[in-house]
Design a protein around this ligand. Structure first.
Ligand SMILES: NC(=O)c1ccc[n+]([C@@H]2O[C@H](COP(=O)([O-])OP(=O)(O)OC[C@H]3O[C@@H](n4cnc5c(N)ncnc54)[C@H](O)[C@@H]3O)[C@@H](O)[C@H]2O)c1
Ligand SMILES: [Zn+2]
Length: 570
């Protein structure tokens, strides 16, 4: 996949699309400089003709503005070589999309509306953006809903959730990642079958719910009812043509194994399966070693594929085995629990436990694809189903006020024994996209990814001192999130109202808010023993507002202790 191996030169045009605040103009500037190409900013081109886009919209209305914009795009699309930054709405026009696709490698810069709103407010020209109006965040959410189906037609999805460092021009971080993808995949992308037809239709693109992009590899995450039935098709798309080595646990295999075997058989794919006992005890070096023995007996080769069918335990175990056997085999995840779909299967972390602690031996190994079949959740034990929602609620709290509202509105339905598959798909896809956005924007774990540990500092401590028996992970995280929210409130970051809102939502999902009867001191001590503690200070993720979390190890011990006491005293 190197540029040298590519039979055709990379396209001579790069096009940037995305909402206001995503950094199109500044990224385009950096790209044009690096490549020595012409820079075309369609908003600037419009302004050169006498009026800014804002003025045009006010004076002549949006349709007239769109017409002018389309003619500018038509002109720009003929320029070679060039980097083109488009106005946020330009890509909504089917004709313009097709034009831009003729020569251009199209990149979608993506971040959440709250993050975009923050950047727009910070930038000095924030007042200039005409389409956004008073309630910036709400308007951006609206535009995101409207335009994402079009943006999804882009050749490259480029997550830009990480705020740029103070000493770095916006675009400096994004441009090299775009250049790399452009050199490696640009020519292939433009040669895709039916690409221009696809760009020219108004039908939404059929894209995965999210992509994990580490800079080295991109992993599509498919979410929906019936995804298991598409396994053979997806394997073929990924050119994974070898034998499938399916790893599962007893309960999941009983409920869903036959379906997977049937799909493989029908497609003529050779396969073998290994079933481990359910439960955390299977995440061990002993079981991993059994699996190595099985794979070698089966003469597994590096071109074969390890497939995990199950919850986080099976995913972590199979992922670890796939990462290490033959120094790494292709891996595909079929998560079947809410927790695995929303958390464990996303991000490429795989590990087994040691007697000394959880997840102590592991590797980073991105799956080639994740297929989350919502239908499998129908057989989940209810408590484990609810537990998984703690991570979904966490994603909403730290990143996405709209998802939070959606969860509040539909808590009853989602916690019922037979939730609507479309609703489950919508919620899962959205939460998965948030985790993917964070992981992909921060593959080096420079900070943003750490915010996913909201509720986990205290949560891990509670799990540890109760020997992982009393509370399921999500339950402990729920209690931990109450602690973290309380600390955030005491530090003046959020109001009492937000703490109460979080509590109400967790309660609505049947999740605990307290760990009555534990010793506060034991929780405090366990926090200091956590492997993630740096220099003797536990690190907390605090809530700054709904949709925004920050990392801090600067808490007063008094405040932490008080919060912990509040969690353990009845
Ligand atoms: N790798 C990561 O980034 C990451 C993140 C979070 C958690 N984890 C790990 O995930 C594990 C927990 O995951 P989990 O909660 O999914 O646990 P799990 O895999 O043990 O699943 C919970 C229980 O539900 C059963 N089950 C799962 N799906 C089912 C289905 N569709 N139908 C019937 N039964 C089903 C399982 O057999 C098991 O008994 C932990 O080991 C944790 O360390 C990993
Ligand atoms: Zn977790």
């Amino acid at each position: 996949m190197s540029a040298a191996a590519s039979p055709q030169p990379a396209p001579q045009q790069i096009v940037l699309v995305g909402l206001s605040g995503s950094g199109k103009s500044s990224t385009a500037r950096v790209l044009a400089e690096r490549l020595g190409w012409q820079l075309i900013d369609t908003d600037d081109e419009i302004t050169k003709r006498g009026k800014t886009p804002a003025e045009l919209i006010v004076d002549r209305g949006e349709p007239a503005f769109r017409e002018i914009e389309a003619s500018i795009i038509e002109e720009a699309s003929k320029q070679i070589p060039a980097v083109i930054a488009t106005g946020g709405g330009a890509f909504g026009d089917a004709h313009s999309r097709r034009r831009l696709g003729e020569r251009g490698y199209i990149c979608f810069l993506d971040a959440t509306p709250p993050e975009l709103a923050r950047r727009i407010r910070q930038s000095s020209d924030g007042v200039e953006r005409p389409m956004l109006g008073e309630d910036l965040e709400a308007r951006l959410y609206e535009l995101d809903r409207e335009r994402r189906p079009y943006y999804n037609h882009a050749d490259l999805w480029m997550p830009v959730q990480v705020p740029t460092a103070a000493d770095e021009a916006p675009g400096e971080a994004t441009a090299p990642r775009i250049l790399r993808a452009w050199a490696e995949e640009g020519s292939e992308a433009l040669r895709q079958d039916q690409r221009l037809e696809r760009l020219g239709t108004d039908a939404p693109a059929r894209v995965p719910a999210a992509i994990i992009d580490t800079g080295e590899q991109r992993t599509p995450i498919w979410v929906g009812p019936g995804e298991l039935n598409r396994l053979a098709e997806r394997l073929a798309q990924l050119k994974l043509n070898g034998t499938v080595f399916l790893i599962s646990d007893a309960d999941v295999m009983e409920a869903h194994g036959e379906r997977v075997a049937g799909v493989l058989q029908e497609a003529g794919i050779a396969g073998a399966s290994y079933v481990v006992p359910g439960g955390e005890a299977s995440k061990s070096l002993r079981v991993a070693s059994e699996l190595y023995g099985w794979l070698s007996e089966q003469r597994a080769e590096r071109g074969d594929t390890v497939v995990a069918l199950g919850g986080g335990v099976v995913g972590d175990l199979a992922g670890y085995v796939a990462a290490t056997y033959l120094r790494g085999m292709p891996f595909v995840q079929l998560p079947t629990s809410v927790l695995a779909m929303n958390d464990a299967a996303i991000g490429g972390k795989a590990a087994v436990d040691l007697p000394a602690g959880k997840n102590l031996v592991g590797a980073f190994h991105q799956p080639r694809a994740v297929l989350a079949d919502i239908e499998t959740l129908a057989t989940m034990p209810h408590r484990a189903l609810l537990e998984g929602f703690a991570e979904v609620i966490k994603h909403a709290l730290i990143l996405d006020p709209e998802l939070l509202a959606l969860l509040e509105q539909h808590a009853g339905e989602l916690t019922s024994t037979d939730p609507d598959p479309d609703l489950l798909t919508q919620v899962t896809a959205r939460s998965v996209r948030l985790k993917a956005l964070v992981v992909s924007s921060d593959p080096q774990e420079q900070g943003l990814r750490a915010t996913l540990n909201y509720g986990h500092t205290i949560g891990h401590a509670i799990e540890a001192i109760t020997g992982y028996r009393e509370y399921l992970h999500g339950e402990a995280v729920s209690i931990g999130m109450m602690g973290a929210a309380r600390i955030s409130e005491r530090m003046g970051l959020i109001s009492e109202e937000i703490v109460a809102r979080q509590a109400d939502l967790l309660r609505a999902f049947g999740l605990p808010l307290q760990a009555s009867g534990l010793s506060a001191q034991a929780v405090m001590d366990a926090m200091l023993l956590d492997k993630k503690v740096q220099r003797g200070r536990p690190r907390f993720i605090l809530l700054q507002s709904i949709g925004r979390a920050v990392v801090s190890d600067q808490m007063e011990e008094r405040i932490v202790e008080e919060a912990v006491r509040g969690l353990v005293s009845p």
